[in-house]
Design a protein around this ligand. Structure first.
Ligand code: UTP
Length: 471
């Protein structure tokens, strides 16, 4: 124990971080052991680089804002030509699914602080009628796709330190919503230490460092670290379908998207929905030279944000909805020898022990947290594709407790989407927002499947149908 302590102390002192041992003598054996374990997990060479970037206030290398141009996009299918292309993409995507070459990957490590829901966001009941939880909703889509294509499609779930145990317990209690245990992989995202403005590590308590999640970009590093890239490669999974837990409308494992990505020979592909207006606070896709990536709304120069193209549409309208397909071998390349994504710095008031004094009393200092963004992977791809999608059909995230992007708007948008499916199947529905509809992915994954099933099962002969009126 003393030997280990001495060795670690020397290493941290060399890195200019010897102060973290100030209180180590006050810890009992078990706490000291835990503390030393956590120090051993710190990547000091990465930390050294991040502190160097902080001290020199180095800008985070992303797209060159001076060279931006609107990105090429695969448009929504229109006319017979567009339909033919779309069908070709669907066939290519379906083939990948039938061959079991795709995994679904949901990131669910966030804190959900704006929503103010106790527990992991995935346990939030979102179904407009049945209160189906977000996890069940996504798992049902993966299971239904597995049944439709006769393949074992892995489901990867990234959690965080804060919600891992609860997530695992929830999924087990519900039998992983019917997915086989060997096809579900739940793993934690990484944590990074926070530092003060001088780059000194912060202590949360006498025997613990102040750590924070490494951002959704950490999901790619976690796949490598947890041995999941090996597992995916062993299974012959070539494509990873990435999405966020809080969007119930995501077309998980969408064959058309997978097909466009594959036929376009892309290493990374993304869905985009048109911005509502120039002021919507969403990152947009852009090109800078040969690189394609995302510019955050706060970084997009005002004049570009308002610029219009020849058709009178916003030139930078392709809003990021965090739905991507990554080739497994691309993620391998990006993570070999450590995750190669830029680390963004966020300054936030954090409660910790004063890094300069000897007092163990908690105080508030301005801490610097480091995090990575998954979309920073896009410019690293040899080929990256943006596929235009419909907001109404694919994006309505649950972020806030009320107002825009809340559970209320997501339930409304789910009901409106399902209403359009039922109408396509020939039903006439009551007008107005009051109608709540929930169509299980097990009944239909998309509109065409619903139409087919209702016709086949002779449920359908157009008429009036009111499903669960409000109140
Ligand atoms: P958000 O940035 O919207 O965060 O995450 P959030 O935790 O859901 O909500 P707030 O900001 O605390 O209110 C977008 C998606 O990325 C995941 C979240 O779980 C969500 O699916 N995420 C975010 C992670 O998995 N890890 C992170 O470190 C950050």
């Amino acid at each position: 124990m003393t030997e280990r302590l001495d060795r670690l102390r020397a290493t941290f002192e060399r890195a200019g971080q010897g102060h973290v041992f100030r209180f180590v003598d006050r810890l009992d054996d078990a706490d000291r052991e835990r503390f030393l374990d956590s120090l051993e997990r710190i990547d000091l060479s990465l930390l050294g680089r991040l502190i160097d970037e902080l001290k020199h206030d180095r800008p985070v290398a992303t797209l060159d804002l001076g060279r931006l141009a609107p990105p090429p996009m695969v448009p929504r299918p229109e006319g017979p030509g567009g339909r033919r292309k779309e069908n070709r993409a669907i066939r290519a995507g379906e083939e990948l699914l039938r061959e079991g070459k795709v995994a679904a990957f949901v990131v669910a490590g966030g804190q959900g602080s704006r929503l103010g829901f106790e527990g992991p966001k995935g346990c939030f009941p979102i179904g407009p009628v049945g209160g189906t939880t977000l996890f069940e909703w996504h798992f049902a889509k993966v299971r239904a796709a597995g049944e439709r294509y006769g393949a074992r499609l892995p489901m990867l779930v990234m959690t965080s330190e804060a919600n891992h145990e609860e997530t695992v317990e929830f999924l087990e209690r519900h039998d992983r919503f019917g997915l086989a245990a060997e096809d579900v992989f739940v793993f934690r995202q990484g944590m990074l230490p926070a530092v003060d403005a001088e780059g000194r590590l912060l202590l949360r308590s006498e025997g613990s460092l102040f750590l924070s999640p490494d951002g959704h970009g950490g999901s790619l590093g976690a796949l490598a670290r947890e041995g999941l890239l090996d597992e995916l490669e062993r299974r012959g999974v070539e494509e990873i379908f990435y999405f966020q837990v809080d969007n119930p409308l995501v077309k998980v494992l969408d064959p058309a998207f997978l097909g466009h990505h594959r036929l376009g020979q892309a290493e990374a592909s993304s869905k985009a929905v048109p911005k509502r207006d120039a002021s919507e606070k969403v990152g947009v896709f852009a090109k800078a030279g040969r690189k394609l990536g995302i510019v955050e709304y706060s970084d997009l120069p005002d004049d570009l944000g308002r610029a219009r193209d020849d058709e009178g549409e916003l030139a930078y309208r392709a809003g990021n909805v965090a739905i991507h397909v990554f080739r497994t071998d691309f993620v391998r390349r990006l993570t070999e020898g450590g995750l190669r994504l830029p680390y963004h710095r966020a300054r936030k008031a954090v409660a910790c022990l004063d890094p300069t004094g000897d007092s163990a009393a908690p105080t508030e200092v301005t801490g610097v947290k480091f995090e990575t963004f998954v979309f920073d992977a896009l410019p690293e791809a040899k080929r990256s594709l943006v596929v235009e999608a419909s907001r109404e059909e694919e994006f309505s995230p649950v972020k806030n407790a009320s107002g825009d992007d809340s559970a209320a708007t997501a339930r409304r948008d789910m009901s409106l989407l399902f209403r359009s499916w039922l109408e396509a199947a020939g039903f006439e529905l009551e007008r107005g927002d009051a109608v709540r509809i929930e169509i299980s992915p097990h009944l239909a994954l998309d509109r065409d499947e619903l139409v087919r099933r209702l016709k086949k099962e002779r449920v359908l002969s157009a008429g009036r149908l009111l499903i669960e009126p409000e109140g």
